[in-house]
Structure formats: C-alpha cells, structure tokens
Design a protein around this ligand. Structure first.
Ligand SMILES: C[S@@+](CC[C@H](N)C(=O)[O-])C[C@H]1O[C@@H](n2cnc3c(N)ncnc32)[C@H](O)[C@@H]1O
Length: 339
C-alpha cells in the first residue's frame, strides 16, 4: 500500500510537470524575444543587469531564468549571475545552428491560438487554424507579409538542422538538375549544390518567398535559378530530380495528390521524386516526428506519415517508391518514380 501511494505521488509530480508544459514554450519565447542569450554572450549577468539591458522586469526575469536553468537553458551561479549554456547558445542570433528565428515563429499567435484549440481539432477532424484565421495557413500568410517573413526565417532555421544530412546522404549523379519544389528560402538546395559541384538547381516557391532566398553565394554562382509559381498548378519542367522537403507534411492527402499531380506533369521519363520528411517509426518510443505530427494536425491540416502512408499516397499520386533512405537527422528521403 505504502509503495502504491509512493508511485501515485511520483506519477502525479511527473504528470503535473507535463500539465505546465506550455509555460516552458512561453518562457523560451520570452527570453528569445528579449535577446537574453545574446546579452549573456559577453559573460554572466545578474537578472537586474539583464533586465536593464533587455527592458524586462529584473525580479520576474530571475524567476523565469531560474525555471529555465532547471532545463539546461542558462545556469545560475552562487553569486546569482546567469550564464549561457550550450543549449542557450542556440538561442543567439546568427550562430551556427541558431534556432532563434524558429522560436520567434513558434511563439506567434499563428501557432498559439490553434494549439489552444487542439481539442476542437481532435473533435471535428479539421484544423482549428482555418476557423480562427479564416484561411489555410499559407494563403493566410500571403495577406500578412511580416508574419510570412518571420515564417520564412523560422522555417529556414529548422531547415539548417536537416539540410546537410539530406545533401550528404543522397548520391546525386554528376551533372544532374534538381528542382526544389516549395523550397522556401533555399537552405536545402544550397546544401545540395554545395555538396555536389556539378549539380544545378531551381528554387521554386511562391512569388512572395523567392526574394528572400539565400542562394546568392560565390560558391554557387551560375548553378542556380529561382522561379515563382504555384505548386498546385505547375512546376518547372524536365528536371532529373524533384525535391519536396517539409512540403507534403503541411497538407491533407487530398491536397498532396494535387501537388503530386503537378509535379508528375513536370517530370520527364526517368525523373525521380525525392520526398524529404520524417517517416514515423512504429512503436511507443519518443520520436520528434510524433510531436510534429500533432502540430501539423492543428495548424496545417497536414500530417507526418508512416512508410506505409507514404507508399499509399505516392501510389495514389501515380508514383512507386523505389527506396527509403534514412539520414542521420530526423529526415528520411523517400525516392519515388512515376509508376
Ligand atoms: C514548411 S515550408 C518548407 C520550405 C523548405 N522546403 C524547407 O524545407 O525549409 C513549405 C513551403 O511551401 C511553400 N508553399 C506553400 N504553398 C505553396 C504553393 N501553392 N506553391 C508553391 N509553394 C508553396 C511555402 O511558401 C513554404 O516555403
């Protein structure tokens, strides 16, 4: 009996931590927005000093930092000064692997509001986003240029985490031509072209996104172009490879079929499609794909997919899966050919 009581107390403490999980997200957003990590890059500071330089209330900031220090984000020393940690380093602007823009994006109402209505989404089977904002995610961003720009930078932050492993994994043949469909600001295409000096590429995305691309570097000179368009209608014609990275997961099966139809009509005989997304593993083990899947449900009406679901949706779209290549990141590469 004593041990059952002990178990309940321990389980209840652990469960209560999860109950407050959203405070963790909000705390990370708050310190990121105030550039706290950048302020600490020069050396440790007291919460009062940090408060003065960030415009935040010092005593309140201390409580936030004490909480974050329990999660390896910042560290308090015996003098009450806070230090950067390796994890907090990634909240700085412009450092390799920086997630600053991604945190700023995820802390926006764009995400908070639908997440607060997750229960509605699960009840109705439709994303709450569309009801709250009156349009689907990407069409809505078209009417919000500042948010759209924040999204592009935030998505690029995530892309930096994964692009190199994708570029290092796939053996693009010498001289091949690649179109990155819905390629965002071009992080993946840049990594692919940098890793494969004979490959050329086209970045293809919406008109509003193309001007923010990051391809204009001396290393890639003469090997890329950028083209605006709607991937539900058409894609650049006749390339050897069509990449769809973090695209299909944004959309329902129906919408994916529209995208796949447009991509197929751009392909020539022998072209290959590379879908780059997480593949949800079976079983109960934690995997980031299972978390992101819930986000896709509530914000985009999209989903992460199992290997079977990819095989199925690609077959319905007129493709057959040739192989699935895992990478050393969250992403897998599903290689498909026209069936
Ligand atoms: C989640 S982002 C992924 C960007 C990039 N592939 C990456 O991995 O970072 C989805 C991309 O799809 C683009 N997109 C959405 N609707 C589109 C459309 N109708 N036509 C072309 N691109 C579109 C967005 O602008 C955005 O860049």
């Amino acid at each position: 009996m004593a041990s059952a009581q002990h178990d309940t107390a321990e389980l209840s403490a652990r469960l209560s931590e999860h109950m407050n999980g959203y405070l963790y997200t909000a705390s990370l957003y708050t310190v990121t927005r105030a550039n706290v990590a950048d302020k600490l890059a020069e050396g440790p500071l007291t919460p009062m000093q940090l408060g003065e330089s960030t415009g935040l209330n010092g005593p309140h900031l201390r409580r936030l930092m004490r909480y974050l220090a329990t999660r390896e984000v910042f560290r308090e020393d015996a003098e009450g000064r806070f230090h950067l940690t390796p994890m907090a380093e990634l909240l700085r602007e412009g450092v390799p692997g920086s997630l600053r823009d991604s945190f700023l994006m995820m802390g926006e109402d764009l995400y908070w509001k639908p997440i607060a209505k997750l229960h509605e989404t699960v009840r109705s089977g439709h994303t709450a986003f569309d009801d709250i904002f009156g349009a689907q995610f990407f069409p809505y961003l078209q009417s919000q240029p500042e948010l759209a720009s924040l999204f592009n930078r935030g998505a690029a932050g995530f892309s930096r985490l994964w692009a190199q492993s994708v570029a290092d994994t796939y053996p693009f043949p010498v001289g091949s031509k690649v179109v990155d469909v819905g390629g965002g600001t071009g992080g993946l295409l840049r990594a692919v072209l940098a890793a494969n000096p004979t490959v050329t590429g086209v970045l293809y995305d919406q008109e509003s996104v193309i001007p923010e691309h990051q391809l204009d570097t001396p290393e890639l000179e003469g090997r890329w172009s950028a083209q605006a368009g709607d991937f539900f209608q058409t894609v650049p014609q006749g390339a050897d490879y069509y990449l769809l990275k973090s695209v299909l997961h944004d959309w329902s099966d129906e919408d994916c079929l529209r995208i796949l139809k447009a991509v197929r009509s751009g392909m020539r005989k022998g072209s290959k499609l590379l879908v780059v997304d997480p593949v949800i593993p079976p079983g109960n083990e934690p995997d980031a794909s299972k978390t992101i899947d819930v986000m896709m449900m509530v914000v985009h009406d999209g989903k992460e997919r199992t290997q079977g679901e990819f095989t199925d949706i690609l077959a319905k779209g007129g493709f057959k899966v040739a192989r699935v290549l895992p990478t050393d990141s969250l992403m897998s590469i599903v290689e498909a050919e026209v069936a």
